[in-house]
Design a protein around this ligand. Structure first.
Ligand code: HEC
Length: 161
């Protein structure tokens, strides 16, 4: 082979090598830039963890955390009344407060629901808070009466002929 051709081939090979190295650097730099701007891409989270993170981000800002609006505790939807925070702190950790407010019960049934959760769902011993909680529930979420309506009063009856 002629020396000149040999030289040309060598230049070509070096050129290709440099191009390859440059390409690798470009890809690496791009990847680093993308990862720096989206660090969460590095942490592969399980769906559960993801849901938790989304849950956390939807927690209102510190100021709104225990805001009461129109007599309602905004974060949980519970009625603002005596014992509210005791209920919030003990009854909204495992499930939505809706599960609490949708169940209107008398004292006996509230207590048996609490016992059931303690026996089967790892609900802790509520101690003196139990009375506060049950009072709050019975007062603000009493059973809805399904009996017949009250008798009509002050009605002017007329006789059918
Ligand atoms: C340790 C977790 C935990 C805590 C704390 C907890 N619960 Fe529950 N509770 C559960 C589980 C689990 C269920 C069943 C949920 C389901 O069926 O999806 C449940 C169900 C309920 C139900 C529905 C019962 C039914 O018969 O369907 C009510 C009402 C309720 N809880 C009220 C409360 C009240 C009031 C408190 C506060 C004293 C409370 N929970 C605290 C775990 C808990």
């Amino acid at each position: 082979m002629e020396d000149q051709t040999k030289f040309k081939l060598q230049v070509k090979a070096i050129y290709r090598m440099l191009l390859g190295i440059f390409g690798i650097f470009a890809i690496a730099a791009f990847t680093i830039l993308v990862l720096l701007s989206n660090p969460q891409l590095l942490v592969k989270s399980k769906p559960g963890v993801q849901a938790l993170n989304e849950g956390y981000s939807s927690v209102p800002a510190e100021d709104d955390y225990d805001k009461i609006e129109n007599g309602i505790h905004v974060r949980t939807g519970l009625v603002d009344a005596e014992g509210l925070m005791t209920v919030v702190n003990n009854c909204t950790n495992c499930h939505s407060a809706k599960l609490v407010t949708q169940n209107k019960m008398n004292e006996e049934r509230w207590i048996s629901t609490i016992r059931w959760m303690q026996e089967t769902q790892n609900l802790w011993d509520l101690g003196p808070n139990e009375e506060i909680i049950v009072n709050y529930l019975v007062t603000n979420y009493p059973p809805t009466k399904k009996g017949r309506r009250e008798n009509l009063k002050d009605i002017e009856w007329y006789t059918l002929n």
